[in-house]
Design a binder for this molecule. Structure first.
Ligand code: COA
Length: 185
């Protein structure tokens, strides 16, 4: 297993791995044959770094596993691509689709039919409502709420506790609630 990062998030991931003997490794066939590696990219400083690390490891190992906490609830109709990490008590609803290397944090929610793009992270307690479309390398900060059917473009960071009710079409860092939403960077 390769665990990149040693911050709080990496330690949460480690907890999932250490506490349970039943994490699942999937994608690409049997572990022995595919040499599947479980990869958890924890870096939040730069989501581009998550992408770079993922690409490098994929070149080396071809197949990358997923880590799904046994305490998480994942709908049988949800799709989680390789490199996915789902932490304790997260909920992934029916028809939700997580592209490669997506991390869903402790108690975070991705509701029915939502799409999360490559290398994106939905952090502790954040809620992505139904029908949301999130791009690549997007960070949804702790406790943020994305309302139903909202679309967020690539390379966006949503600050902790923000509530997003409208589409975001420009990359950048956004914090706040609805009408006084600030584009700070
Ligand atoms: C949005 C975020 C990425 C911005 O970080 P940053 O670029 O370092 O920004 P700064 O801390 O310099 O803050 C810039 C301004 O935005 C404000 N701000 C930052 N985050 C905010 C938030 N979540 N809600 C409201 N205002 C926020 C700051 O008060 C500051 O305002 P000011 O210019 O009036 O003083 C970061 O604050 C954040 O929310 N990260 C999420 C962290 C998280 O969820 N971690 C979970 C780890 S498991």
């Amino acid at each position: 297993m390769n665990l990149v990062g040693d911050g709080g998030l990496a330690r949460q991931i480690r907890d999932v791995i250490d506490s349970f003997n039943c994490y699942s490794i999937s994608c690409g066939g049997p572990v022995q044959e595919s040499k599947a590696w479980l990869v958890a990219f924890a870096s939040l400083d730069s989501l581009e770094k998550r992408e770079e690390a993922y690409d490098l490891l994929q070149l080396e190992y071809k197949t990358i596993g997923t880590l799904i906490s046994p305490k998480a609830t994942v709908s049988p109709t949800a799709r989680i691509e390789q490199g996915g990490v789902i932490l304790h008590d997260a909920f992934i609803g029916p028809g939700a689709s997580l592209d490669v290397n997506v991390l869903v944090g402790t108690r975070a929610v991705v509701e029915h039919g939502s799409l999360i793009g490559q290398h994106s992270v939905v952090l502790t307690g954040a809620i992505v409502n139904g029908g949301v479309n999130i791009g690549c390398r997007v960070m949804i900060g702790s406790g943020a709420i994305i309302l139903q059917d909202v679309a967020i473009c690539d390379d966006v960071k949503i600050g902790a506790g923000s509530i997003i009710t409208k589409n975001i079409t420009e990359p950048g860092v956004y914090v706040g609630v609805d009408q006084w939403l600030k584009h700070i960077l």
